[in-house]
Write a protein that binds this ligand. Structure first.
Ligand code: SDX
Length: 397
């Protein structure tokens, strides 16, 4: 019984697992979180409301959301000893390198959470990770620019808190009272976090489930997910899009690079285009494209990079090869452009993705842990190596 959706037997045979969290129809460009269309959630929700939905299966009522927000805010602070970890990183360490290390080390601070058989303890792990991810992410940025760490505040929303920890001139001894948090920036960030919150069995979520299936603690599992997300073919694509645009350099060069992307002998690929599942427009890209245009027009960003991005999009959408291969812009094409327009540094783009996807990762971990009979994920392989042979002593080799 597969609930309300039908699958052909071939698909069922390839499916990695069953899940009630996210549904994707790649041919028709449909994405549902716990049955709710992404378009409606993006339009109406705050990110923590969506995180609650992914974790619990239902949208929270006003009291549940208030309590959840308080819980998340309360857990945003990190242990002072953990804050000192950043002093040990090289000044130009990539923020994703710091994120992997610090999130994994949470298991060295919360020993009681390692009792993952207790449902209540599992929920604490989940809210702890969702609460602390923005603080750890912002701390990695502050370290990279040599600025003092900014503490989370209980009076700010999830996205406001992150932006304040990123850009406030506050420090331990000086509260930057007049630090202005642009509500338009908060609104754009809230949307980006919702769109990136979950996406079925993508590589990083499958990594979290694979690690979780061995009984590893959730902090270690999420650290593994962060590592998988970092790759340019996955979450690292948003950073790779900006690097690609810099490589293309000008609108005049677009045809040349589109030709390179079609040439299989050329390693160049159009970052931010194509998707394993969507053979139609990624519904998130449709939503984010509108916001991208709004942000660019509002910030009247004259950066030639944006003009180049829109020219590349227009050219690729008309190209026969991309149409035939069903290669459309994906969520990462536009998110990188918006983050740049919002003055988020390029090396932080995938960190932004990780903050949002923590809600999905930990929801999948919770779902898997609720199925006590979940066997360890242990895929088999086709062996294509040499046939059996006997050992040869080193003098005879
Ligand atoms: C994310 O899984 C998820 O849900 C991921 C994600 C999430 O929310 O978690 O959606 C986030 O990772 C989005 C994808 C971000 N990555 C990029 O933008 C990197 C660039 N894209 C590609 O590397 C690629 O499109 C993949 C990896 C995303 C998908 O690769 P596939 O599975 O090979 O794509 P395909 O089978 O549809 O390819 C069809 C053809 C192939 O050529 P042929 O062998 O048929 O001749 O199109 C080619 C591919 O080589 N192709 C591209 C291309 N993507 C596919 N050619 C040029 N540029 C590209 N970007």
């Amino acid at each position: 019984d597969l609930g309300c959706f039908t699958y052909d037997p071939g698909f069922i045979a390839t499916a990695a697992c069953k899940s009630k969290i996210t549904y994707i129809d790649g041919d028709n460009g449909i994405l549902l979180y716990r049955g709710y269309p992404i378009e409606q959630l993006a339009e109406n929700c705050e990110f923590t409301e969506v995180a609650y939905l992914l974790m619990n299966g239902e949208l929270p009522d006003a009291t549940q959301l208030r309590d959840f927000n308080e819980e998340i805010s309360d857990r945003a602070i990190i242990h002072e000893a953990l804050r000192k970890f950043f002093d040990g990183f090289h000044y130009d360490a990539h923020p994703m390198a710091m994120l992997v290390g610090v999130v994994g080390s949470l298991s060295a601070f919360y020993h009681s959470d390692l009792n993952i058989k207790d449902p209540a303890s599992r929920i604490i792990c989940a809210t702890r990770l969702i609460g602390k991810m923005p603080t750890i992410a912002a701390a990695s940025y502050r370290h990279s620019i040599g600025r003092p760490f900014v503490y989370p505040r209980m009076d700010l929303s999830y996205c406001e808190n992150f932006l304040n920890m990123m850009f406030s001139r506050s420090s331990q001894n000086y509260i930057d009272q007049e630090h202005y948090i642009d509500p338009n920036l908060v609104k754009a960030l809230n949307l980006l976090f919702i769109l990136h919150a979950d996406h079925e069995q993508n590589a990083s979520t499958s990594t979290v489930r694979m690690a979780g299936s061995t009984g590893a603690n959730p902090y270690a599992c999420v650290a593994a997910g962060i590592a998988a997300l970092w790759g340019p073919a996955h979450g690292g694509a948003n950073e790779a899009v900006l690097n690609m645009l810099a490589q293309i350099g000008s609108v005049e060069n677009v045809p040349k690079y589109i030709a390179k992307a079609k040439d299989h002998d050329d390693p160049f690929r159009l970052m931010g285009f194509g998707h394993r599942v969507y053979k139609n427009f990624d519904p998130r890209a449709t939503i984010i494209r509108k916001t991208c245009y709004e942000v660019l027009s509002r910030t009247n960003t004259s950066d030639p990079l944006f003009e180049l991005a829109l020219a590349l999009e227009e050219y690729a959408l008309k190209d026969e090869y991309f149409i035939e291969k069903k290669l459309y812009p994906n969520v990462d094409f536009y998110s990188g452009i918006i983050y740049k327009a919002l003055h988020i540094p390029v090396e932080m783009f995938t960190v932004m993705f990780a903050i949002a996807r923590t809600a999905g990762w930990i929801s999948h971990w919770l779902e898997m842990m609720e199925e006590p009979t979940t066997p360890i994920s242990r895929p088999r392989q086709l062996y294509v190596g040499p046939p059996r042979r006997d050992y040869v002593a080193i003098n005879n080799r």
